[in-house]
Design a protein around this ligand. Structure first.
Ligand SMILES: NC(=O)c1ccc[n+]([C@@H]2O[C@H](COP(=O)([O-])OP(=O)(O)OC[C@H]3O[C@@H](n4cnc5c(N)ncnc54)[C@H](OP(=O)(O)O)[C@@H]3O)[C@@H](O)[C@H]2O)c1
Length: 278
């Protein structure tokens, strides 16, 4: 393909169907619409009012959702725990053309394996993790990491047009195997979320004389309070590397001893972090 075709192709709007229209899908949808893509959505709850405000066509049922369009992309943005149930409710025989399935779950190896198991062989699969959310991405996506693995891609054009949504917003594109993502996330995110959770318990609030360092702590608390419930309780179940780290901390499985160990672990880390950032 020559350069002119490439530019034309990357600017052609995609027909994107979203399954699971929770807070994260709503956040992504705004940028996709701004870029001129055409969006459709279905979800467990009725989001039709919000969708009509955003300019997204909403379907209460899965069958008419799949049957009514030629989707280039179907974006799966359900909770991690409901993924299996949601995938098994998709009537794939209604798909009208070869479609790229993209997931945005915060763990990666679990959806990769499940998508390969459940999706029809003729579909393409892209596993992604935008490493930001409605809070950290509220002022734009410039410099924010976007992890992806091209798991099964035959239609490179559609895949690259989808990735272009994030590239053109300035995301730092990180191509990486899902397994490696989970390994690295177990190190970085487990620590971040654990500390965020403890800070949230300490009820840390902004004051009139915050230093930059303290602002960072307060930000961490806000960001983590939102993520922690979904990430800690769900990801530990679905990311085997996080599970190993949690088991190291809570080996004896007794609530009291586990809490003491966790507090000791965090207690050792917080002074170091505070020294570094204050
Ligand atoms: N939030 C972030 O910052 C962020 C960042 C990167 C990746 N992610 C990933 O993006 C995905 C979506 O995140 P989220 O923050 O929007 O919220 P979420 O709580 O993970 O759930 C998203 C949607 O899943 C649907 N859902 C939940 N349980 C269901 C069930 N049993 N059956 C059918 N549907 C069910 C719900 O749809 P209804 O609303 O219709 O009930 C909900 O809105 C997650 O997998 C998360 O790991 C999130």
């Amino acid at each position: 393909m020559n350069e002119t075709n490439d530019v034309f192709s990357s600017s052609t709007p995609l027909n994107i169907g979203i399954i699971g229209f929770g807070p994260f899908a709503q956040f992504l949808a705004k940028t996709m619409i701004k870029q001129g893509h055409i969006l459709f959505a279905t979800s467990r709850s009725d989001h039709s009012q919000l969708c009509s405000q955003l300019g997204v066509k909403f379907f209460k049922e899965m069958d008419p959702f799949l049957d009514s369009n030629n989707y280039d992309v179907i974006l799966i943005s359900t909770s991690i725990l409901s993924l299996s149930q949601v995938l098994s409710s998709i009537p794939f025989h209604l798909l009208r053309q070869r479609t790229l399935f993209v997931d945005v779950l915060s763990v990666k190896e679990y959806p990769r394996q499940l998508l390969l198991q459940v999706l029809p062989e003729e579909t393409d699969v892209l596993c992604t993790h935008p490493m930001f959310g409605p809070e950290s991405g509220k002022n734009g996506w410039e410099g924010l990491a976007f992890m992806y693995e091209k798991v099964r891609i035959r239609n490179e054009d559609t895949c690259s047009r989808f990735l272009q949504i994030f590239r053109s917003e300035g995301c730092r594109m990180v191509e990486m195997p899902c397994e490696e993502h989970d390994r690295q996330a177990a190190r970085s995110q487990f620590l971040t979320h654990t500390i965020g959770r403890v800070l949230a318990e300490m009820d840390i609030k902004s004051t009139s004389m915050d230093t930059k360092g303290f602002e960072t702590l307060v930000y961490l608390v806000c960001e983590e309070a939102i993520l922690v419930i979904s990430y800690c309780s769900f990801s530990t179940k679905k990311n085997i590397y996080i599970k190993k780290k949690r088991n190291m901390l809570c080996r004896d499985n007794h609530g009291y001893a586990s809490s003491v160990l966790l507090l000791c672990f965090v207690g050792m880390l917080i002074p170091q972090i505070c020294c570094n950032i204050l």
